[in-house]
Write a protein that binds this ligand. Structure first.
Ligand code: FUL
Length: 454
């Protein structure tokens, strides 16, 4: 809401006034002319989350030993016996790959807890690993701290082992298990609730008490964002291929969503009229399965396949959660390491060295921005970004290049968001324009970068 619109020129010459203005602007108390917010806007935690862009998912548990994707909860705990578990190797690898965090399956559908939960008899303690004193979450939390990565947890409410599953008592059990995870391992950036809801050991399904689970997250980890089919903070992108919609709004009506919400195409696109900031996260596995299977060692996605996924997720303004299943030994497999590193090299080759970059675009009019490249430049790719702190406004836009004395369209696109990467046939030009052809409110572009990619 605009309380007051002011322009304080002198603030820029006084550091303390500038800081005050900066704070008031961020907090929405003061808005500069032309910088009005529109619709829902992201808070600090969402803005920080958007900046993460790319982080790892790790599926690990009894399934890694039984060659299954879904354990039925009757697996003997002792099968979980990693001989070389090294969370520092995971963290080192993911850090080098340019990832910003790790989300681990603390508990999958088989109910097995990778930490010694007091509320279950199907945990790493019963596995006897490290004489019953092992705790993968503890090791991962230490490794994340050491390597400066954020940590998140995946918790499956569906539990095919717990005897109370399918009764109201189970919601207490799950709330207690969740509290252990929320209070025992330092700050978490994301809590990932899997919406799957099948039968438990007594053949009954559970009615999950998500409001209670969400409240626990907000109580113990107020900065953590909650992912589930229904948000409340991050939405599923509607597929497990890691692909965001070409049109991708950060907004949706949270009230319309519910666990197991079955409208993938709406989740994929979002809703330009949405009342809530509910951005999409693209989850996908580097292998065909979520868990490790030796038979898939040669089916690791190639760096080029990963690049295409990147362009269709991060390049459309969403976040990419890439799953790397660790081996039964407890390590990231060498084929996955190679793919991650080569993918990083490829990304650097493509997007590390822009030929031109500016956050100081001149405005030709209300809807057209221009940048002078300074010299004739040969390029085939552009990155554009709008200031999402003011809300997401751009519905569609086109890119024009000034070549041979005239403006020529080189690309057009749906929504812009915090990052839009567009590739097009090579062009040589010394000026470019971004023309906003549809916008929910006065658009505010943040920056652009121009590239020549391989
Ligand atoms: C799904 C699960 O059923 C899969 O096993 C996997 O964990 C995937 C990320 O979410 O709902």
């Amino acid at each position: 809401m605009v309380l007051k619109t002011i322009i304080v020129k002198s603030a820029y010459s006084s550091p303390s006034l500038f800081m005050l203005l900066f704070f008031l602007t961020l907090s929405g108390i003061v808005q500069l002319k032309g910088q009005e917010t529109y619709g829902p806007v992201p808070g600090f935690d969402h803005l920080a989350w958007h900046e993460l862009e790319y982080y790892a998912f790790v599926h690990f548990g009894p399934n890694s030993f039984t060659d299954k994707e879904w354990g039925d909860g009757r697996e003997k705990a002792e099968i979980f016996k990693p001989t070389k578990l090294d969370c520092r190797q995971w963290a080192r690898t993911f850090k080098k790959a340019g990832m910003k965090g790790i989300i681990i399956t603390a508990k999958h559908h088989d109910g097995f807890c990778l930490y010694p939960s007091k509320y279950s008899k199907h945990t790493i303690r019963e596995a006897g690993w490290k004489n019953g004193r092992g705790d993968v979450l503890r090791e991962l939390s230490d490794a994340c701290r050491e390597y400066g990565l954020k940590m998140g947890v995946y918790m499956s409410p569906w539990d095919r082992n717990h005897p109370t599953y399918g009764t109201p008592e189970y919601n207490d059990v799950f709330a207690d298990m969740l509290t252990e995870v929320l209070t025992g391992y330092g700050p978490l950036f994301e809590v990932w609730f899997d919406g799957a809801n099948g039968e438990g050991p007594n053949g009954k399904k559970q009615e999950y008490d998500f409001p209670r689970f969400n409240a626990l997250v907000k109580k113990h980890q107020p900065q953590a964002l909650i992912f589930s089919d229904a948000g409340p903070d991050i939405r599923w992108v509607g597929n497990e291929n890691g692909i965001a919609g070409d049109t991708c709004w950060y907004t949706m009506h949270r009230d319309e969503l519910f666990p197991a919400y079955d409208n993938p195409s709406r989740l994929n696109k979002g809703d330009e009229k949405g009342k809530n900031w509910l951005p999409a996260e693209c989850d996908v596995s580097i292998r065909p399965g979520w868990f490790y299977h030796a038979s898939q060692d040669d089916a690791v996605k190639t760096p080029h396949q990963l690049l295409i996924i990147w362009q269709k997720s991060v390049g459309r303004g969403a976040n990419l959660l890439l799953n790397i299943p660790v081996t039964p030994e407890g390590l990231v497999h060498k084929n996955d390491i190679r793919a991650l590193m080569d993918f990083k090299k490829l990304r650097d080759q493509y997007y590390r060295r822009p030929l031109f970059a500016t956050s100081n675009l001149s405005r030709v009019n209300e809807t057209t921005y221009e940048a002078d490249l300074g010299k004739k430049t040969n390029f085939n790719c552009i990155y554009v970004s709008e200031n999402i702190a003011l809300g997401q406004k751009v519905k569609h836009f086109r890119v024009l290049a000034f070549a041979k004395g005239e403006w020529k369209q080189v690309a057009n696109s749906a929504t812009m968001g915090r990052k839009r990467i567009l590739h097009f046939p090579e062009v040589t030009a010394d000026k470019i324009r971004i023309e906003i052809t549809g916008s929910l409110a006065s658009p505010v572009l943040k920056d652009i970068k121009v590239y020549k990619t391989p």
